[in-house]
Design a protein around this ligand. Structure first.
Ligand code: NDP
Length: 420
């Protein structure tokens, strides 16, 4: 029995909320709050029509405003807040949870909306030099809440989507059940889906394009090695999907895994991209459309990447037209009982199956299901621990069981192909 406040009602939120409704024992009351409340109202009606017993209310909230959030949390009195808005809102929502002493859960680590803001920029440039990677997002801002969350007796569960989220749980599971020592981890994210558009992104375009146009990097022997965007390319034959080109990216779970599994010598992250996607992205970048710096247009300030977002298809609308499968998982190499061992733990998810079940495509599905699972584990006390933690820091077994139960079954391949 619990009361959950969900913030955001986009592609990922729509899946997370529907999955919460399916988990009747844990989620008995929910408030759906977002900037555009009509999306929350429409989802409330959909769930009512399907006969779910969960009691739903809706609210408008500006999640950039701590006072607005605090007012909503004090009015609704939730047991936890699930943040499925954007990474820009992580810190304001954490501040509000701290003030109201309520558990906090999210799916992506903090990055600022305005990367030209001078105070943030100075800290960012210092961090680039000290840590050796230049992505706009990093965990330091949220890890800084550790003591404050401990003092308040509340849990902050960071990054419970698929990657990060499930990939980190796979790591904890591999360590617990398959290895005495893990030497290398390759995280592979393959989307074999086709939506028929020449160019569209599968989750928030602004967040996606910022991530994939940035420098790549990987963790090796305790430090970061940075690469140019898309500099390292490999081919991989993904089970149930087939041969795909994939490119090395910087990705947030590498930072947490490098810290929490110091024995691991190398951690890399690869994502598949088709040639059309890369050509469009390069062209948009070359003409300045991926810029986050406002420009003046006919007397108004316009942020090019936000204007581009308005032109691109809404990721939540891709469901009916996307066919094919995703394959996301981790290849681990290491040692068990003195013998070398390699395994690939992965999930395959079918875009059309997701659409049939919830009306969404597989990228939102594979993120929204783990968002529900992480929230349920905090609410039921299985993953409740004052402080802020990533998903690799808890017992992976209940999470792995719930992946099977709620639509993301996983496979352990004990003789996988390796990535060179
Ligand atoms: P969408 O853009 O589809 O949805 C974002 C939602 O947040 C929208 O409903 C939006 O409102 C709302 N929102 C944005 N700003 C505010 C604000 N200031 N106040 C209140 N509500 C706001 O994004 P996605 O659903 O694709 O992504 C959601 C999150 O999931 C992101 O943080 C993303 O990085 C993360 N993600 C994580 C993955 C993982 O595997 N870990 C994979 C994919 C995504 P409005 O409707 O008005 O625009």
């Amino acid at each position: 029995m619990s009361r959950l406040l969900v913030i955001g009602c986009g592609g990922v939120a729509q899946v997370a909320i529907q999955k919460c409704a399916q988990n009747k024992e844990v989620f008995t009351e929910m408030c759906l709050a977002s900037r555009t409340v009509s999306k929350c109202d429409a989802l409330k009606e959909k769930l009512k029509g399907q006969g779910y017993p969960v009691k739903i209310t809706t609210a408008t909230v500006n999640a950039d405003d701590v006072n607005d959030l605090v007012k909503l949390i004090k009015d609704y009195k939730p047991d936890a807040v699930l943040n499925v808005a954007l990474p820009y809102q992580d810190l304001t929502i954490m501040d509000a949870c701290l003030e109201c002493k309520v558990d906090y859960i999210d799916t992506a680590n903090y990055e600022p909306e305005d990367t030209d803001e001078p105070v943030w920029r100075a800290a960012y440039e210092k961090r680039c030099k000290e840590k050796g990677f230049t992505a706009y997002f990093d965990y330091s801002y949220q890890w800084a809440y550790m003591d404050k969350f401990k003092e308040a007796g509340i849990t902050g569960l960071l990054g419970t989507g698929f990657d990060p989220g499930v990939t980190s749980v796979f790591t904890a599971y591999a360590k617990k059940h398959y290895f005495d020592r893990i030497d290398t981890i390759d995280i592979l994210d393959c989307n074999g889906g086709d939506h028929g558009y020449a160019f569209a992104t599968n989750f928030n375009p602004e967040i996606t394009l910022r991530e994939v146009s940035a420098n790549g990097s990987y963790w090796e022997d305790g430090h970061w090695v940075e690469t140019k965007p898309m500099e390292i390319k490999r081919e991989y034959d993904f089970p149930e999907v087939g041969m795909k080109d994939m490119y090395l990216l910087h990705h947030e779970e590498i930072e947490a895994l490098g810290k929490n599994f110091p024995e691991v010598k190398r951690i890399r992250f690869f994502m598949t991209f088709g040639q059309s996607y890369l050509d469009h992205m390069r062209c948009l970048e070359d003409v300045g459309m991926l810029s986050t710096t406002p420009i003046k247009f006919e007397g108004k300030d316009i942020v090019p990447i936000q204007f581009l977002k308005a032109l691109l298809p809404d990721p939540a609308s891709l469901g009916p037209r996307t066919v094919g499968k995703t394959n996301i998982g981790c290849i681990f190499k290491g040692v068990k009982d003195g013998k070398e061992r390699t395994i690939y733990i992965y999930n395959v998810c079918d875009h059309q199956e997701c659409y049939k079940e919830l009306g969404s495509q597989a990228i939102s599905y594979t993120t929204g299901v783990p968002a529900m699972i992480g929230t349920a584990l905090v609410l039921t006390g299985k993953w409740k621990q004052p402080g802020v933690y990533t998903t690799d820091e808890f017992d992976p077994d209940p999470y792995m069981d719930m992946l099977n139960e709620y639509g993301l079954p996983w496979v352990v391949d004990e003789a996988p192909k390796l990535v060179d």
